[in-house]
Ligand binder design. Structure first.
Ligand code: RIB
Length: 308
C-alpha cells in the first residue's frame, strides 16, 4: 500500500434492505407464508464501507441517497461507526432498496431498485478525481451505473491508485477496463458469468482466475462460499479454506470479506493476512441476521480467533 495513512475510498451503493425469511422461495404464480420481516441498512458499497470502519479501517464513503427517511437512516448508520460520510449526496430520487428473501438454510436472493444509486453519470465522477488520487485504495462494486464505473477506473489508473473491484451484481465491462483493476473479487456466480467457465470447484476456480489474470487484472480472489477462497495473481495464490460455521444468513458476507481485505491492506498486512482477516470477519457475519447489523467489530474477530 503506497500511503497507509490515506483513507480507503468506497464509491458505491446505499440500500435499505427489506428482508423476509421463508422455508423456500415461491414459484411463479404461487403465494407462500414467509416469516420474520425486518429492515436492515445495506447496499454493497455501504456494507463494505461499514465493514472497513467496524474492522478498524479509516474509510470515506461516496454515494447517493434520496430525500427520504431511508437515506437519512443509512447515512446515520455509517457515521455512527466512524465512516466519513461527507461524500454522500442527497438527490432527487428515492433511496435504493433491496428486497431480500432468505431461505431457512441461509441462502439469499436479492432484487434491487437502484433509485439514487442509479443516477451517477460519467460527468458526475470527474469531480471525485482528487479524492481518488488521495486514497490508499479505491473500492468499487457494480450497483452504480457501468459508465460511471468505467470513468472511475480510468481516473484511478491515471492516478496510480490501486482498485479493488467486486463485480456484483455482474455487468459487462469493456475489455480495456481490466488492467485498471488491482484486486478483482467475484463470487462463484460472478466468476462463471465473467468467464463462461462454470465455477463450482477449486479446479474450475483456478481456470477462471487464469482467464481473468490474462485480461490484465493483477490479483483475483474468487469467493466460493463454504469452500473458501481461490487466489491467483501477484500477491497470493492457492486455496484459503473457509472456517466451519453454521450459516443462518449469508447477506453481506462477501462485503465483510472485502472490508477485511481493504482494512488489512491499509494496515500494511500482506494479502494473505488480509484474506485471513476477511474470512474470520465474514465467518461471524454469516452467523447473524441482516446486512450491516451482522458485521462484527475488530475485537469480536480477534477474540473469536484466539487459540484455546
Ligand atoms: O451484498 C449484500 C447487499 O446486496 C445487500 O445489503 C443489498 O442491499 C444488496 O445490495
Amino acid at each position: 500500500m503506497q500511503n497507509p495513512h490515506a483513507p480507503i475510498l468506497v464509491i458505491g451503493s446505499l440500500n435499505m434492505d427489506l428482508v423476509m425469511r421463508t422455508p423456500r422461495v415461491p414459484q411463479a404464480g404461487e403465494t407462500l407464508h414467509g416469516h420474520d420481516f425486518s429492515t436492515h441498512h445495506g447496499g454493497k458499497g455501504a456494507n463494505q464501507a461499514f465493514a472497513c470502519a467496524r474492522l478498524g479501517g479509516h474509510v470515506h464513503m461516496i454515494g447517493r441517497v434520496g430525500k427520504d427517511d431511508f437515506g437519512q437512516r443509512l447515512k446515520d448508520g455509517l457515521s455512527t461507526v466512524g465512516a466519513n460520510i461527507d461524500g454522500i449526496e442527497t438527490v432527487d430520487a428515492p433511496t435504493g432498496v433491496a428486497m431480500i428473501l432468505v431461505e431457512d438454510n441461509g441462502q439469499n436472493r436479492i432484487l434491487l431498485s437502484a433509485g439514487a444509486n442509479g443516477t451517477y453519470t460519467p460527468e458526475d465522477i470527474d469531480p471525485l478525481a482528487p479524492a481518488i488520487r488521495q486514497a490508499c485504495l479505491l473500492v468499487l462494486q457494480l450497483e452504480i451505473p457501468v459508465p460511471a464505473i468505467v470513468r472511475l477506473l480510468a481516473i484511478a489508473k491515471a492516478a496510480g491508485t490501486p482498485v479493488l473491484l467486486n463485480p456484483a451484481p455482474m455487468a459487462a465491462l469493456p475489455d480495456n477496463c481490466w488492467d485498471a483493476v488491482t484486486y478483482l473479487i467475484p463470487n462463484e456466480t460472478e466468476a462463471s458469468e465473467l468467464t463462461g467457465i462454470p465455477v463450482d470447484s477449486l479446479d474450475s476456480a483456478s481456470q477462471a482466475a487464469k482467464q481473468l489474470l490474462a485480461r490484465g487484472v493483477k490479483q483475483v480472489l474468487i469467493t466460493l462460499g463454504s469452500q473458501g477462497v481461490w487466489a491467483a495473481g501477484a500477491e497470493a495464490n492457492g486455496h484459503f479454506p473457509a472456517q466451519k460455521v453454521h450459516a443462518i444468513d449469508t447477506t453481506a458476507a462477501g462485503d465483510t470479506f472485502i472490508g477485511g481485505i481493504a482494512t488489512g491492506l491499509q494496515e500494511g498486512l500482506s494479502l494473505t493476512e488480509a484474506i485471513q482477516l476477511g474470512q474470520a470477519a465474514s465467518a461471524i457475519t454469516v452467523s447473524r441476521r441482516g446486512a450491516q447489523s451482522a458485521i462484527p467489530a475488530r475485537h469480536e474477530v480477534t477474540s473469536a480467533n484466539q487459540p484455546g
